[in-house]
Design a protein around this ligand. Structure first.
Ligand code: NAD
Length: 510
Protein backbone atom coordinates (compact mmCIF):
# COMPACT_ATOMS: atom_id res chain seq x y z
CA UNK A 1 0.00 0.00 0.00
CA UNK A 2 1.45 3.33 -1.03
CA UNK A 3 0.62 6.09 1.41
CA UNK A 4 1.40 8.95 -0.98
CA UNK A 5 -2.09 9.12 -2.51
CA UNK A 6 -3.94 12.11 -1.17
CA UNK A 7 -7.69 12.25 -1.36
CA UNK A 8 -7.39 15.49 -3.30
CA UNK A 9 -5.74 13.46 -6.10
CA UNK A 10 -8.73 11.18 -6.05
CA UNK A 11 -11.15 14.10 -5.90
CA UNK A 12 -9.44 15.68 -8.91
CA UNK A 13 -9.57 12.40 -10.80
CA UNK A 14 -13.26 11.93 -9.95
CA UNK A 15 -13.94 15.46 -11.16
CA UNK A 16 -12.12 14.79 -14.42
CA UNK A 17 -14.10 11.59 -14.99
CA UNK A 18 -17.37 13.37 -14.24
CA UNK A 19 -16.35 16.10 -16.68
CA UNK A 20 -15.59 13.51 -19.39
CA UNK A 21 -18.99 11.93 -18.84
CA UNK A 22 -20.45 15.45 -19.10
CA UNK A 23 -21.99 15.70 -15.64
CA UNK A 24 -22.45 19.40 -14.82
CA UNK A 25 -20.11 20.25 -11.93
CA UNK A 26 -22.87 22.23 -10.21
CA UNK A 27 -24.43 18.86 -9.35
CA UNK A 28 -21.52 17.70 -7.23
CA UNK A 29 -19.94 20.89 -5.85
CA UNK A 30 -21.24 22.74 -2.80
CA UNK A 31 -24.14 20.34 -2.22
CA UNK A 32 -25.20 19.01 1.16
CA UNK A 33 -24.23 15.36 0.69
CA UNK A 34 -20.57 14.63 1.40
CA UNK A 35 -19.34 11.80 -0.82
CA UNK A 36 -16.39 9.84 0.47
CA UNK A 37 -14.07 7.48 -1.29
CA UNK A 38 -13.50 4.29 0.69
CA UNK A 39 -9.96 4.25 -0.77
CA UNK A 40 -8.87 6.95 1.71
CA UNK A 41 -12.12 7.68 3.54
CA UNK A 42 -11.98 11.36 2.70
CA UNK A 43 -14.59 13.61 1.14
CA UNK A 44 -14.25 13.90 -2.65
CA UNK A 45 -17.46 15.71 -3.62
CA UNK A 46 -20.41 17.58 -2.17
CA UNK A 47 -23.45 16.43 -4.06
CA UNK A 48 -26.69 18.36 -4.47
CA UNK A 49 -29.66 16.57 -2.93
CA UNK A 50 -33.33 16.77 -3.79
CA UNK A 51 -36.08 17.46 -1.28
CA UNK A 52 -39.55 15.96 -1.19
CA UNK A 53 -40.96 18.79 -3.36
CA UNK A 54 -38.45 18.01 -6.10
CA UNK A 55 -39.35 14.32 -5.81
CA UNK A 56 -43.01 15.22 -6.12
CA UNK A 57 -42.30 17.12 -9.35
CA UNK A 58 -40.15 14.26 -10.69
CA UNK A 59 -42.89 11.69 -10.03
CA UNK A 60 -45.49 13.99 -11.62
CA UNK A 61 -43.37 14.40 -14.75
CA UNK A 62 -42.62 10.68 -14.90
CA UNK A 63 -46.31 9.93 -14.64
CA UNK A 64 -47.11 12.29 -17.52
CA UNK A 65 -44.21 10.84 -19.54
CA UNK A 66 -45.51 7.32 -18.96
CA UNK A 67 -48.84 8.20 -20.56
CA UNK A 68 -47.00 9.02 -23.78
CA UNK A 69 -44.26 6.42 -23.60
CA UNK A 70 -46.72 3.54 -23.25
CA UNK A 71 -48.06 4.28 -26.75
CA UNK A 72 -44.68 4.16 -28.46
CA UNK A 73 -44.20 0.66 -29.96
CA UNK A 74 -41.97 -1.54 -27.81
CA UNK A 75 -39.31 -2.16 -30.51
CA UNK A 76 -39.00 1.62 -30.88
CA UNK A 77 -38.60 1.91 -27.10
CA UNK A 78 -35.88 -0.68 -27.46
CA UNK A 79 -33.99 1.74 -29.71
CA UNK A 80 -33.55 4.11 -26.76
CA UNK A 81 -32.08 1.28 -24.70
CA UNK A 82 -29.81 0.33 -27.61
CA UNK A 83 -28.46 3.89 -27.70
CA UNK A 84 -27.92 3.80 -23.93
CA UNK A 85 -25.91 0.59 -24.39
CA UNK A 86 -23.76 2.43 -26.93
CA UNK A 87 -23.12 5.28 -24.48
CA UNK A 88 -22.13 2.75 -21.83
CA UNK A 89 -19.74 1.02 -24.22
CA UNK A 90 -18.10 4.34 -25.09
CA UNK A 91 -17.72 5.38 -21.43
CA UNK A 92 -17.06 1.95 -19.94
CA UNK A 93 -13.62 2.70 -18.53
CA UNK A 94 -14.54 6.12 -17.15
CA UNK A 95 -17.68 4.84 -15.41
CA UNK A 96 -15.79 1.82 -14.07
CA UNK A 97 -13.07 4.06 -12.65
CA UNK A 98 -15.71 6.10 -10.85
CA UNK A 99 -17.14 2.87 -9.38
CA UNK A 100 -13.65 2.03 -8.12
CA UNK A 101 -13.31 5.47 -6.57
CA UNK A 102 -16.76 5.62 -5.01
CA UNK A 103 -17.52 1.99 -4.09
CA UNK A 104 -13.94 0.69 -3.77
CA UNK A 105 -14.26 -2.15 -6.31
CA UNK A 106 -11.10 -3.47 -7.95
CA UNK A 107 -10.68 -2.50 -11.60
CA UNK A 108 -11.84 -5.78 -13.18
CA UNK A 109 -14.93 -5.98 -10.98
CA UNK A 110 -15.81 -2.34 -11.66
CA UNK A 111 -15.50 -2.98 -15.40
CA UNK A 112 -17.55 -6.12 -14.89
CA UNK A 113 -20.31 -4.04 -13.33
CA UNK A 114 -20.46 -1.77 -16.39
CA UNK A 115 -20.31 -4.80 -18.69
CA UNK A 116 -23.35 -6.17 -16.88
CA UNK A 117 -25.17 -2.91 -17.67
CA UNK A 118 -24.24 -3.28 -21.34
CA UNK A 119 -25.40 -6.90 -21.30
CA UNK A 120 -28.81 -6.01 -19.87
CA UNK A 121 -29.23 -3.32 -22.55
CA UNK A 122 -28.53 -5.90 -25.27
CA UNK A 123 -30.95 -8.29 -23.62
CA UNK A 124 -33.68 -5.64 -23.30
CA UNK A 125 -33.32 -4.58 -26.95
CA UNK A 126 -34.10 -8.16 -28.01
CA UNK A 127 -36.84 -8.39 -25.43
CA UNK A 128 -38.52 -5.31 -26.93
CA UNK A 129 -39.60 -7.59 -29.80
CA UNK A 130 -40.57 -10.49 -27.55
CA UNK A 131 -43.10 -9.11 -25.04
CA UNK A 132 -45.54 -11.85 -25.81
CA UNK A 133 -48.82 -13.14 -24.39
CA UNK A 134 -50.60 -16.46 -24.92
CA UNK A 135 -53.59 -17.63 -26.89
CA UNK A 136 -55.56 -19.98 -24.64
CA UNK A 137 -58.17 -22.61 -25.52
CA UNK A 138 -61.70 -21.45 -24.75
CA UNK A 139 -64.70 -23.65 -23.98
CA UNK A 140 -67.03 -21.42 -25.98
CA UNK A 141 -67.46 -21.94 -29.75
CA UNK A 142 -66.69 -18.96 -31.97
CA UNK A 143 -64.55 -17.37 -29.28
CA UNK A 144 -60.90 -16.64 -28.84
CA UNK A 145 -59.13 -16.05 -25.51
CA UNK A 146 -55.74 -14.42 -25.16
CA UNK A 147 -53.62 -12.45 -22.79
CA UNK A 148 -51.98 -9.14 -23.55
CA UNK A 149 -49.26 -7.30 -21.66
CA UNK A 150 -49.39 -3.57 -21.18
CA UNK A 151 -47.00 -1.01 -19.69
CA UNK A 152 -47.48 -0.65 -15.95
CA UNK A 153 -46.66 2.95 -14.94
CA UNK A 154 -43.94 4.72 -12.99
CA UNK A 155 -41.29 2.40 -11.57
CA UNK A 156 -39.45 3.61 -8.45
CA UNK A 157 -35.95 2.15 -8.21
CA UNK A 158 -34.10 2.18 -4.87
CA UNK A 159 -30.53 0.89 -5.01
CA UNK A 160 -27.75 -0.16 -2.64
CA UNK A 161 -24.12 1.02 -2.52
CA UNK A 162 -22.48 -2.27 -3.49
CA UNK A 163 -23.78 -2.43 -7.06
CA UNK A 164 -24.24 1.31 -7.31
CA UNK A 165 -25.27 1.44 -10.98
CA UNK A 166 -25.81 -2.08 -12.41
CA UNK A 167 -28.91 -2.66 -10.29
CA UNK A 168 -30.51 0.48 -11.73
CA UNK A 169 -29.64 -0.68 -15.27
CA UNK A 170 -31.15 -4.13 -14.65
CA UNK A 171 -34.42 -2.47 -13.74
CA UNK A 172 -34.28 0.51 -16.08
CA UNK A 173 -33.44 -1.30 -19.33
CA UNK A 174 -36.26 -3.82 -18.90
CA UNK A 175 -38.79 -1.30 -17.52
CA UNK A 176 -38.15 1.10 -20.40
CA UNK A 177 -38.83 -1.46 -23.12
CA UNK A 178 -41.91 -2.53 -21.14
CA UNK A 179 -43.18 1.04 -21.55
CA UNK A 180 -42.63 2.37 -18.02
CA UNK A 181 -41.18 5.62 -16.70
CA UNK A 182 -38.47 5.69 -14.01
CA UNK A 183 -37.61 7.47 -10.78
CA UNK A 184 -34.29 6.39 -9.24
CA UNK A 185 -33.21 6.90 -5.63
CA UNK A 186 -29.62 5.62 -5.44
CA UNK A 187 -27.66 4.87 -2.28
CA UNK A 188 -26.60 8.02 -0.48
CA UNK A 189 -23.11 6.46 -0.35
CA UNK A 190 -22.71 6.39 -4.15
CA UNK A 191 -24.31 9.47 -5.77
CA UNK A 192 -21.44 10.27 -8.19
CA UNK A 193 -21.74 7.03 -10.14
CA UNK A 194 -25.52 7.55 -10.22
CA UNK A 195 -25.08 11.07 -11.64
CA UNK A 196 -22.62 9.74 -14.22
CA UNK A 197 -24.90 6.87 -15.26
CA UNK A 198 -27.89 9.15 -15.58
CA UNK A 199 -25.86 11.64 -17.63
CA UNK A 200 -25.04 8.81 -20.04
CA UNK A 201 -28.71 7.92 -20.19
CA UNK A 202 -29.56 11.55 -20.95
CA UNK A 203 -27.09 11.47 -23.84
CA UNK A 204 -28.98 8.48 -25.22
CA UNK A 205 -32.26 10.34 -24.71
CA UNK A 206 -30.94 13.34 -26.65
CA UNK A 207 -29.88 11.12 -29.54
CA UNK A 208 -33.19 9.27 -29.49
CA UNK A 209 -34.97 12.60 -29.68
CA UNK A 210 -38.60 11.54 -29.25
CA UNK A 211 -38.88 10.48 -25.61
CA UNK A 212 -41.27 12.49 -23.43
CA UNK A 213 -39.75 14.90 -20.89
CA UNK A 214 -39.30 13.39 -17.46
CA UNK A 215 -39.20 9.77 -18.64
CA UNK A 216 -36.38 9.04 -16.21
CA UNK A 217 -35.52 11.00 -13.08
CA UNK A 218 -32.66 10.73 -10.61
CA UNK A 219 -33.35 11.98 -7.09
CA UNK A 220 -30.53 12.04 -4.58
CA UNK A 221 -31.14 11.87 -0.86
CA UNK A 222 -31.42 9.61 2.14
CA UNK A 223 -33.88 7.12 3.42
CA UNK A 224 -36.64 9.76 3.89
CA UNK A 225 -36.65 10.39 0.14
CA UNK A 226 -36.93 6.62 -0.44
CA UNK A 227 -39.88 6.50 1.93
CA UNK A 228 -41.66 9.28 0.02
CA UNK A 229 -41.10 7.42 -3.24
CA UNK A 230 -42.51 4.25 -1.70
CA UNK A 231 -45.63 6.01 -0.39
CA UNK A 232 -46.53 7.89 -3.57
CA UNK A 233 -49.67 6.45 -5.15
CA UNK A 234 -48.49 7.47 -8.65
CA UNK A 235 -45.64 4.94 -8.41
CA UNK A 236 -47.03 1.60 -9.59
CA UNK A 237 -44.01 -0.58 -8.77
CA UNK A 238 -41.06 -0.10 -6.45
CA UNK A 239 -38.00 -2.22 -7.08
CA UNK A 240 -35.92 -1.92 -3.91
CA UNK A 241 -32.47 -3.42 -3.46
CA UNK A 242 -30.74 -3.31 -0.09
CA UNK A 243 -30.79 -4.79 3.38
CA UNK A 244 -33.56 -6.96 4.75
CA UNK A 245 -34.20 -4.20 7.32
CA UNK A 246 -34.95 -1.83 4.43
CA UNK A 247 -37.26 -4.39 2.79
CA UNK A 248 -39.06 -4.96 6.07
CA UNK A 249 -39.84 -1.24 6.17
CA UNK A 250 -40.66 -0.87 2.47
CA UNK A 251 -42.69 -4.07 1.85
CA UNK A 252 -45.63 -3.36 4.20
CA UNK A 253 -45.87 0.27 3.05
CA UNK A 254 -46.26 -0.89 -0.55
CA UNK A 255 -48.71 -3.62 0.43
CA UNK A 256 -50.73 -1.02 2.34
CA UNK A 257 -51.50 0.81 -0.90
CA UNK A 258 -51.61 -2.38 -3.03
CA UNK A 259 -48.59 -1.30 -5.08
CA UNK A 260 -46.29 -3.84 -6.64
CA UNK A 261 -42.86 -4.56 -5.27
CA UNK A 262 -39.67 -6.26 -6.32
CA UNK A 263 -37.61 -6.75 -3.17
CA UNK A 264 -33.97 -7.75 -3.62
CA UNK A 265 -32.62 -8.00 -0.09
CA UNK A 266 -29.84 -9.62 1.91
CA UNK A 267 -28.34 -13.07 1.55
CA UNK A 268 -26.56 -15.59 3.77
CA UNK A 269 -25.25 -17.82 1.04
CA UNK A 270 -23.71 -21.25 1.56
CA UNK A 271 -21.70 -23.80 -0.39
CA UNK A 272 -21.60 -27.52 0.33
CA UNK A 273 -18.32 -29.27 -0.43
CA UNK A 274 -18.78 -33.03 -0.93
CA UNK A 275 -16.21 -35.84 -0.73
CA UNK A 276 -15.93 -36.03 -4.54
CA UNK A 277 -15.53 -32.25 -5.03
CA UNK A 278 -12.76 -31.17 -7.44
CA UNK A 279 -10.60 -29.44 -4.83
CA UNK A 280 -8.52 -27.08 -7.00
CA UNK A 281 -11.60 -25.73 -8.69
CA UNK A 282 -13.47 -25.55 -5.38
CA UNK A 283 -10.73 -23.55 -3.65
CA UNK A 284 -10.63 -21.00 -6.48
CA UNK A 285 -14.41 -20.70 -6.66
CA UNK A 286 -14.72 -20.34 -2.88
CA UNK A 287 -11.94 -17.74 -2.73
CA UNK A 288 -13.63 -15.52 -5.33
CA UNK A 289 -17.13 -15.97 -3.95
CA UNK A 290 -16.12 -15.33 -0.32
CA UNK A 291 -13.38 -12.70 -0.62
CA UNK A 292 -14.25 -10.95 -3.91
CA UNK A 293 -15.74 -7.43 -3.66
CA UNK A 294 -14.41 -7.53 -0.06
CA UNK A 295 -17.38 -9.69 0.89
CA UNK A 296 -19.80 -6.93 -0.09
CA UNK A 297 -22.00 -8.73 -2.62
CA UNK A 298 -25.50 -9.87 -1.79
CA UNK A 299 -24.39 -13.24 -3.23
CA UNK A 300 -21.09 -13.38 -1.30
CA UNK A 301 -20.34 -16.84 0.06
CA UNK A 302 -20.73 -16.60 3.84
CA UNK A 303 -21.01 -20.24 5.00
CA UNK A 304 -19.03 -23.28 3.93
CA UNK A 305 -20.42 -26.72 4.80
CA UNK A 306 -17.69 -29.29 4.22
CA UNK A 307 -17.77 -33.07 4.38
CA UNK A 308 -15.64 -34.28 7.27
CA UNK A 309 -13.48 -36.42 4.93
CA UNK A 310 -12.17 -33.38 2.98
CA UNK A 311 -12.52 -30.72 5.68
CA UNK A 312 -8.91 -30.56 6.92
CA UNK A 313 -7.45 -30.54 3.43
CA UNK A 314 -9.80 -27.82 2.20
CA UNK A 315 -9.41 -25.59 5.27
CA UNK A 316 -5.63 -25.97 5.04
CA UNK A 317 -5.64 -24.72 1.46
CA UNK A 318 -8.18 -21.98 2.09
CA UNK A 319 -6.32 -20.63 5.12
CA UNK A 320 -3.26 -20.16 2.89
CA UNK A 321 -5.36 -18.36 0.27
CA UNK A 322 -6.84 -16.15 2.99
CA UNK A 323 -3.39 -15.26 4.34
CA UNK A 324 -1.98 -14.35 0.93
CA UNK A 325 -4.85 -12.72 -1.01
CA UNK A 326 -3.65 -9.20 -1.86
CA UNK A 327 -5.63 -6.54 0.02
CA UNK A 328 -5.04 -2.93 -0.94
CA UNK A 329 -5.83 0.09 -3.05
CA UNK A 330 -8.41 -1.12 -5.58
CA UNK A 331 -6.81 0.96 -8.34
CA UNK A 332 -3.63 -1.10 -8.18
CA UNK A 333 -3.49 -3.98 -10.63
CA UNK A 334 -2.35 -6.63 -8.15
CA UNK A 335 -5.10 -5.93 -5.60
CA UNK A 336 -7.88 -8.51 -5.32
CA UNK A 337 -9.59 -7.13 -2.21
CA UNK A 338 -10.31 -3.45 -1.84
CA UNK A 339 -11.60 -1.51 1.16
CA UNK A 340 -14.86 -1.89 3.05
CA UNK A 341 -17.29 0.90 2.29
CA UNK A 342 -16.90 2.63 5.68
CA UNK A 343 -16.14 2.36 9.39
CA UNK A 344 -19.60 1.03 10.28
CA UNK A 345 -18.96 -1.85 7.95
CA UNK A 346 -15.63 -2.67 9.61
CA UNK A 347 -17.16 -2.39 13.08
CA UNK A 348 -19.91 -4.84 12.08
CA UNK A 349 -17.18 -7.22 10.87
CA UNK A 350 -15.24 -6.85 14.14
CA UNK A 351 -18.38 -7.37 16.20
CA UNK A 352 -19.19 -10.60 14.32
CA UNK A 353 -15.62 -11.89 14.73
CA UNK A 354 -15.64 -11.15 18.48
CA UNK A 355 -18.94 -13.00 18.77
CA UNK A 356 -17.53 -15.96 16.83
CA UNK A 357 -14.43 -16.00 19.08
CA UNK A 358 -16.62 -15.96 22.19
CA UNK A 359 -18.28 -19.22 21.14
CA UNK A 360 -14.95 -20.91 20.42
CA UNK A 361 -14.59 -20.08 16.71
CA UNK A 362 -11.07 -20.47 15.32
CA UNK A 363 -10.33 -17.33 13.29
CA UNK A 364 -7.83 -16.82 10.48
CA UNK A 365 -7.41 -13.18 9.36
CA UNK A 366 -9.90 -10.39 10.05
CA UNK A 367 -7.31 -7.78 11.09
CA UNK A 368 -7.64 -4.16 10.05
CA UNK A 369 -4.88 -3.17 7.61
CA UNK A 370 -3.18 0.15 6.69
CA UNK A 371 -4.77 2.00 9.62
CA UNK A 372 -1.59 4.12 9.96
CA UNK A 373 -1.33 5.18 6.33
CA UNK A 374 -5.06 5.52 5.78
CA UNK A 375 -6.70 6.19 9.16
CA UNK A 376 -10.08 7.08 7.63
CA UNK A 377 -10.26 4.03 5.34
CA UNK A 378 -11.15 0.48 6.37
CA UNK A 379 -9.15 -2.29 4.79
CA UNK A 380 -9.39 -5.73 6.39
CA UNK A 381 -7.81 -9.09 5.82
CA UNK A 382 -10.71 -11.42 4.95
CA UNK A 383 -11.59 -13.80 7.77
CA UNK A 384 -12.04 -17.55 7.68
CA UNK A 385 -13.76 -18.81 10.82
CA UNK A 386 -14.02 -22.47 11.83
CA UNK A 387 -17.18 -23.14 13.84
CA UNK A 388 -18.15 -26.40 15.51
CA UNK A 389 -21.78 -25.87 14.51
CA UNK A 390 -24.13 -23.17 13.14
CA UNK A 391 -24.72 -20.32 15.60
CA UNK A 392 -26.56 -16.98 15.63
CA UNK A 393 -23.50 -15.23 14.18
CA UNK A 394 -23.33 -17.57 11.18
CA UNK A 395 -27.09 -17.43 10.71
CA UNK A 396 -27.15 -13.67 10.03
CA UNK A 397 -25.73 -11.63 7.17
CA UNK A 398 -22.68 -9.54 8.12
CA UNK A 399 -21.87 -7.52 5.01
CA UNK A 400 -18.10 -8.07 5.18
CA UNK A 401 -15.58 -10.74 4.11
CA UNK A 402 -16.20 -13.43 6.74
CA UNK A 403 -16.57 -17.10 5.79
CA UNK A 404 -17.81 -19.53 8.46
CA UNK A 405 -16.67 -23.11 7.87
CA UNK A 406 -18.48 -26.09 9.41
CA UNK A 407 -18.28 -29.89 9.02
CA UNK A 408 -21.05 -32.23 7.93
CA UNK A 409 -21.45 -35.98 8.05
CA UNK A 410 -24.22 -36.77 5.55
CA UNK A 411 -25.79 -34.77 2.75
CA UNK A 412 -29.23 -34.57 4.40
CA UNK A 413 -27.61 -32.82 7.36
CA UNK A 414 -25.68 -30.48 5.01
CA UNK A 415 -28.86 -29.51 3.16
CA UNK A 416 -30.57 -28.79 6.47
CA UNK A 417 -27.66 -26.57 7.56
CA UNK A 418 -27.64 -24.79 4.21
CA UNK A 419 -31.36 -23.98 4.37
CA UNK A 420 -31.58 -23.27 8.09
CA UNK A 421 -31.17 -19.48 7.79
CA UNK A 422 -33.69 -16.71 7.23
CA UNK A 423 -32.34 -15.72 3.79
CA UNK A 424 -32.68 -17.66 0.53
CA UNK A 425 -30.59 -15.98 -2.16
CA UNK A 426 -27.68 -18.03 -3.58
CA UNK A 427 -26.15 -21.44 -2.96
CA UNK A 428 -23.71 -23.95 -4.43
CA UNK A 429 -22.64 -27.53 -4.23
CA UNK A 430 -19.21 -28.83 -5.19
CA UNK A 431 -19.41 -32.48 -6.22
CA UNK A 432 -18.82 -34.81 -9.13
CA UNK A 433 -21.46 -37.23 -7.87
CA UNK A 434 -24.54 -36.84 -10.07
CA UNK A 435 -26.88 -38.02 -7.33
CA UNK A 436 -25.65 -35.41 -4.88
CA UNK A 437 -25.83 -32.62 -7.48
CA UNK A 438 -29.37 -33.53 -8.55
CA UNK A 439 -30.58 -33.87 -4.96
CA UNK A 440 -29.19 -30.40 -4.22
CA UNK A 441 -31.14 -28.98 -7.19
CA UNK A 442 -34.34 -30.90 -6.41
CA UNK A 443 -37.42 -29.85 -4.43
CA UNK A 444 -35.85 -31.17 -1.21
CA UNK A 445 -32.51 -29.50 -1.95
CA UNK A 446 -31.44 -25.86 -1.81
CA UNK A 447 -34.31 -23.47 -1.03
CA UNK A 448 -32.57 -20.51 -2.68
CA UNK A 449 -33.42 -18.52 -5.81
CA UNK A 450 -29.98 -19.40 -7.18
CA UNK A 451 -28.55 -22.94 -6.86
CA UNK A 452 -25.28 -23.75 -8.65
CA UNK A 453 -23.14 -26.84 -9.19
CA UNK A 454 -19.34 -26.54 -9.21
CA UNK A 455 -19.32 -22.77 -9.36
CA UNK A 456 -19.63 -20.36 -6.44
CA UNK A 457 -22.87 -18.56 -5.52
CA UNK A 458 -21.76 -15.11 -6.73
CA UNK A 459 -21.34 -13.74 -10.26
CA UNK A 460 -24.76 -14.17 -11.88
CA UNK A 461 -25.37 -13.63 -15.60
CA UNK A 462 -28.22 -11.38 -16.71
CA UNK A 463 -29.94 -14.06 -18.85
CA UNK A 464 -31.35 -15.82 -15.79
CA UNK A 465 -33.87 -14.46 -13.31
CA UNK A 466 -32.01 -13.01 -10.32
CA UNK A 467 -33.36 -12.96 -6.77
CA UNK A 468 -34.11 -15.10 -3.77
CA UNK A 469 -36.63 -16.46 -1.33
CA UNK A 470 -37.57 -15.89 2.32
CA UNK A 471 -35.99 -12.75 3.80
CA UNK A 472 -34.23 -12.07 0.50
CA UNK A 473 -37.63 -10.73 -0.52
CA UNK A 474 -38.89 -13.01 -3.30
CA UNK A 475 -38.31 -10.56 -6.16
CA UNK A 476 -36.80 -11.44 -9.54
CA UNK A 477 -34.94 -9.13 -11.90
CA UNK A 478 -33.00 -9.35 -15.17
CA UNK A 479 -33.62 -12.31 -17.51
CA UNK A 480 -36.08 -15.18 -18.04
CA UNK A 481 -39.64 -13.85 -17.57
CA UNK A 482 -38.75 -11.19 -14.96
CA UNK A 483 -40.07 -8.56 -17.41
CA UNK A 484 -43.62 -9.55 -16.47
CA UNK A 485 -43.23 -7.73 -13.14
CA UNK A 486 -42.87 -4.47 -15.08
CA UNK A 487 -46.11 -4.90 -17.06
CA UNK A 488 -49.77 -5.50 -16.33
CA UNK A 489 -51.58 -8.48 -17.79
CA UNK A 490 -55.06 -8.43 -19.35
CA UNK A 491 -57.04 -11.51 -20.30
CA UNK A 492 -59.19 -10.85 -23.39
CA UNK A 493 -62.05 -12.99 -24.65
CA UNK A 494 -63.35 -12.18 -28.13
CA UNK A 495 -66.65 -13.49 -29.46
CA UNK A 496 -66.53 -13.73 -33.27
CA UNK A 497 -69.79 -15.74 -33.51
CA UNK A 498 -73.33 -14.38 -33.54
CA UNK A 499 -74.39 -16.49 -30.54
CA UNK A 500 -73.76 -15.74 -26.89
CA UNK A 501 -72.86 -18.97 -25.09
CA UNK A 502 -72.03 -18.38 -21.41
CA UNK A 503 -69.14 -20.09 -19.68
CA UNK A 504 -69.79 -23.06 -17.36
CA UNK A 505 -73.07 -23.71 -19.23
CA UNK A 506 -74.87 -20.90 -17.42
CA UNK A 507 -78.25 -20.03 -19.01
CA UNK A 508 -79.49 -16.46 -18.73
CA UNK A 509 -82.07 -15.79 -21.44
CA UNK A 510 -83.80 -12.45 -21.18
P1 NAD B 1 -29.44 -0.31 2.74
O1 NAD B 1 -30.64 -1.11 3.07
O2 NAD B 1 -28.75 0.40 3.83
O3 NAD B 1 -29.81 0.81 1.64
C1 NAD B 1 -30.29 0.47 0.36
C2 NAD B 1 -31.12 1.61 -0.19
O4 NAD B 1 -32.36 1.68 0.52
C3 NAD B 1 -30.50 2.99 -0.06
O5 NAD B 1 -30.77 3.72 -1.24
C4 NAD B 1 -31.23 3.59 1.13
O6 NAD B 1 -31.28 5.00 1.12
C5 NAD B 1 -32.62 3.01 0.95
N1 NAD B 1 -33.44 2.90 2.15
C6 NAD B 1 -33.05 2.48 3.37
N2 NAD B 1 -34.12 2.44 4.20
C7 NAD B 1 -35.20 2.80 3.48
C8 NAD B 1 -36.58 2.94 3.77
N3 NAD B 1 -37.07 2.69 4.98
N4 NAD B 1 -37.41 3.33 2.78
C9 NAD B 1 -36.95 3.57 1.53
N5 NAD B 1 -35.64 3.48 1.21
C10 NAD B 1 -34.77 3.09 2.17
O7 NAD B 1 -28.43 -1.30 1.98
P2 NAD B 1 -26.90 -1.08 1.57
O8 NAD B 1 -26.04 -1.07 2.80
O9 NAD B 1 -26.77 0.04 0.61
O10 NAD B 1 -26.62 -2.43 0.74
C11 NAD B 1 -26.23 -3.64 1.32
C12 NAD B 1 -27.40 -4.59 1.46
O11 NAD B 1 -28.07 -4.75 0.21
C13 NAD B 1 -26.96 -5.99 1.86
O12 NAD B 1 -27.88 -6.51 2.80
C14 NAD B 1 -27.03 -6.77 0.55
O13 NAD B 1 -27.17 -8.16 0.72
C15 NAD B 1 -28.21 -6.14 -0.10
N6 NAD B 1 -28.20 -6.31 -1.55
C16 NAD B 1 -29.09 -7.17 -2.12
C17 NAD B 1 -29.07 -7.39 -3.49
C18 NAD B 1 -30.03 -8.35 -4.13
O14 NAD B 1 -30.16 -8.30 -5.35
N7 NAD B 1 -30.68 -9.24 -3.40
C19 NAD B 1 -28.15 -6.70 -4.30
C20 NAD B 1 -27.27 -5.82 -3.69
C21 NAD B 1 -27.30 -5.63 -2.32
Amino acid sequence: MESRTKSSDIAARAEELMFRITVPSALFHDGKLNTRTPITGEVIARVKTQDSDALDVAIGEAHAAFREWRNIPAPRRGELVRLFGEELRAAKNELAELITIEAGKIVSEARGEVQEMIDICDYAVGLSRQLFGLTIATERPGHRMMETWHPLGVVGIITSFNFPVAVWAWNAAVALVCGDALVWKPSEKTPLTALATHALFERALARFGEAPKGLSALVIGGRELGEKLVDDHRVALVSATGSTAMGRAVGPRLAQRFARSILELGGNNAAIVCPSAPLDLSVRAIAFAAMGTAGQRCTTLRRLIVHESVYDQLIGRLSLAYASAPVGDPREGKTLIGPLIDGDSYRAMRHALDEAASIGGKIYGGQRLFAQERPDAYYARPALVELAEPSPVSRRETFAPILYAMKYHDLGEALHMQNDVSHGLASSIFTTDLREAERFLSAEGSDCGIANVNIGPSGAEIGGAFGGEKETGGGREAGSDSWKAYMRRATNTINYSSALPLAQGVVFDV
